[in-house]
Design a protein around this ligand. Sequence first.
Ligand SMILES: [Zn+2]
Ligand SMILES: [Zn+2]
Length: 137
Amino acid sequence: MIPGPFYILFLVFVGTALLVFAYGLFTTAGAKKLEPLGPERGKRGESGVCPVCGRVLKNGEQIKSAVFPGEGERLVHIFGCPHCHPYPEKGIERLCPVCKKPVSAESYLIARLFERPHKKRHVHILGCLSCRLPKRK
Ligand SMILES: [Zn+2]
Ligand SMILES: [Zn+2]
């Protein structure tokens, strides 16, 4: 025979265990939704995706960059897309695709633009200021 108070305690324990289990399921599902690969987020480095914040760009949205004069291989500074430059939108993270460190709003990524006759333009991201340039002491 189980005494009354113990029986109630047992039920409370089962209830708590179920709640914890449900909470675990819920948070796992929630965490999965926050993965960067959503409908508006793409892989950094793919065409049509901002290399700074990883957002898929719509028609007319352009990445702001500065291309330095030269021939063949040209140096490019990539500042970002309208969603992350000059002011990052809520929930937008400016990250370097090379070292995964945050890129501040005033900072930029360094890239190389390859332009060859009769070939598609190709942009190769080299990194941000902190991983591309040697650290000043
Ligand atoms: Zn962006
Ligand atoms: Zn970097």
